[in-house]
Design a protein around this ligand. Structure first.
Ligand SMILES: Nc1ncnc2c1ncn2[C@@H]1O[C@H](COP(=O)(O)OP(=O)(O)OP(=O)(O)O)[C@@H](O)[C@H]1O
Ligand SMILES: [Mg+2]
Length: 357
């Protein structure tokens, strides 16, 4: 059993608030991903759990133990650092085995367990090398192996895949997900990569400027973003965010008119709609929301991304892979009304959010 709880946790560096009043409970055996852009406070949040940073105020618990004053070595957490933090004078084998050595694991078992994890991360042929003789991606895998060589109460992983090439990253992602399922260890995982967050997490906490803006399953944060930031951050290509005005259920901006835009009047509003919820139609078709010229067409393989020129911005839509449209051709567009989101541009909050929808 190991749940982790943040209770009104704030961390300041001088006057700068790096983490602002975080309340978060990570459940036993949960894979929680902290997702957000560079500098939003992810590493700082994680370091407070490891005991490498002290909260300015608030409490952190592992299960029912308040750990604020517990020394790092007594917290029983294993951390993979963003910067690897390997021992430069120790071989790969001894770096991985370090947590076993300080726990006085017998030599036979020591060798066996190192070999087992080294295989998992494809380092079994490099056990005698020193960190300086490894690539960045290989060093990262040593750090990962060192964390998983024993079973702590909590895993803390700070961008553990960021230095791997695309293929290895996908492979290690699957490996990590499987491993966490197998080991059933509560995991806090930091990344700025939303695909990684969506694929790994049971729940994602989306952070922005020190604040957790939304906590939910990947599906919840994708389908029901609560703030403008979350809406724009999750999804690739990004959600279309169109400024305009919402009045009496109609959203209007230059060249666009959509009905069914909630029941709230907002003078400075933003309409959000994902590329897959915007559909191409003929320019003369009924029920279209706008007609606009094609700006660019990009075939991605499984489908075609089409950018339309809408006022001063582009509207992106995901069309069929066989879509054949030429630049400057005018097309009609239909927006899925039940997949639109309405935000207040000033508060950046969703105004049509329905808790149980
Ligand atoms: N020791 C420190 N002293 C002063 N400011 C710090 C310190 N550590 C972090 N910060 C600041 O706190 C903010 C959050 O930093 P943090 O390392 O938690 O960000 P992050 O979300 O992990 O970003 P990245 O994705 O770039 O790793 C940043 O603005 C950073 O400059
Ligand atoms: Mg960081």
């Amino acid at each position: 059993m190991a749940s982790v709880k943040f209770d009104n946790v704030t961390k300041k560096f001088g006057d700068f608030v790096a983490v602002a009043d975080v309340n978060l409970e990570i459940r036993d055996k949960e894979f929680l991903v902290l997702l957000g852009p560079s500098g939003c406070g992810k590493t700082t949040t994680m370091r407070m759990v490891a005991g490498l940073e002290e909260p300015t105020s608030g409490d952190i618990y592992i299960d029912s133990d308040r750990i604020n004053d517990v020394l790092p070595k007594y917290r029983d957490v294993a951390m993979v650092f963003q910067s690897y933090a390997l021992y430069p004078h120790l071989t790969v084998e001894d770096n991985i085995g370090y947590p076993l050595k300080i726990r006085k694991v017998p030599p036979d078992e020591y060798k066996r367990r190192i070999l087992e994890v080294a295989r998992r991360v494809e380092l079994d042929t490099m056990l005698k090398r020193l960190p300086k003789e490894l690539s960045g991606g290989q060093r990262q895998r040593v750090a990962l192996a060192r964390a998983i060589v024993r079973t702590p109460r909590v895993f803390l992983m700070d961008e553990p895949l960021s230095n791997l090439d695309a293929k290895l990253r996908t492979q290690m992602r699957a490996e990590l997900k499987h491993l966490q399922h197998e080991l059933q260890v509560t995991t806090i995982y930091v990344t700025h990569d939303q695909i990684e967050a969506m694929t790994l997490a049971h729940r994602v906490a989306v952070m922005n400027r020190g604040v957790i803006e939304q906590l939910g399953t990947p599906r919840e944060i994708y389908n029901d973003p609560r703030t403008l930031f979350v809406a724009g951050f999750i999804g690739s290509p990004s959600m279309n965010l169109i400024p305009g005005e919402a009045k009496d259920g109609v959203f209007a901006s230059a060249g666009l008119r959509v009905e069914g835009a909630g029941h709230v009047n907002v003078r400075l509003a933003v309409l959000g709609v994902r590329p897959e919820d915007v559909h191409v139609a003929g320019p003369e078709d009924k029920d279209i929301n706008l007609v606009a010229p094609i700006y660019s067409v990009e075939l991605t393989g499984e489908n075609t991304l089409v950018n339309l020129q809408l006022g001063g911005q582009l509207l992106t839509l995901r069309a069929d892979k066989n879509f054949a449209g030429a630049i400057d051709q005018r097309v009609g567009v239909r927006i899925a009304e039940d997949r639109m989101f309405l935000f207040d541009a000033e508060t950046e909050q969703r105004v049509d959010f329905q808790p149980d929808s």
